[in-house]
Design a protein around this ligand. Structure first.
Ligand SMILES: Cc1cc2nc3c(=O)[nH]c(=O)nc-3n(C[C@H](O)[C@H](O)[C@H](O)COP(=O)(O)O)c2cc1C
Length: 134
């Protein structure tokens, strides 16, 4: 059974005040040795003092940094990925090995088909996913 470990790679507090990407990299080396299969890289949203820097790709650089430092670990990227092309680019560029999608699925259960369209995939959408509620 694959073991995924979700981590807040930084809690976005001022330097020296909280958990930082360097802490995550040290910890990720330990997790890797312990045998986790995927490091699922997110970031904090737990402290009112965190500095706001939420942009469209606000977490991808965290995943990319870990992947660069520890290439052997499988890394996932999450956070506002709403387009198949962008998701694919993140993987192809080597920023992460996989992307996970949250809210886009809640908005549209056919998001896999939508992403396939963004990528001009010839894969077919199963019939039951082409019927929308009235
Ligand atoms: C305001 C905000 C705060 C978040 N805080 C955390 C957090 O503290 N830890 C975490 O693992 N994910 C957190 N997330 C969730 C992830 O960043 C990411 O959004 C989630 O994987 C869902 O993916 P989606 O952006 O495709 O919906 C937060 C998301 C938002 C919008």
């Amino acid at each position: 059974m694959p073991l995924f470990y979700r981590i807040s790679a930084t809690d976005r507090l001022s330097p020296g005040k909280g958990w930082e990407i360097e802490d995550t990299i040290r910890f990720a080396r330990i997790l890797h040795k312990q045998g986790i299969d995927v490091l699922d890289v997110s970031s904090g949203g737990n402290d009112r003092n965190e500095f706001p820097s939420v942009t469209i790709d606000y977490q991808i650089s965290l995943a990319a940094r870990i992947k660069k430092e520890i290439p052997d670990i499988l890394v996932s990227a999450v956070g506002s990925i709403t387009n198949g092309k962008r998701g694919n680019e993140i993987i192809k560029t080597g920023f992460a090995d996989v992307v996970f999608i949250g809210r886009a699925f809640l908005q549209n259960q056919s998001v896999v088909g939508l992403f396939a369209q963004h990528l001009d995939s010839e894969g077919k959408i199963p019939l039951q996913y082409t019927i929308s509620a009235k």
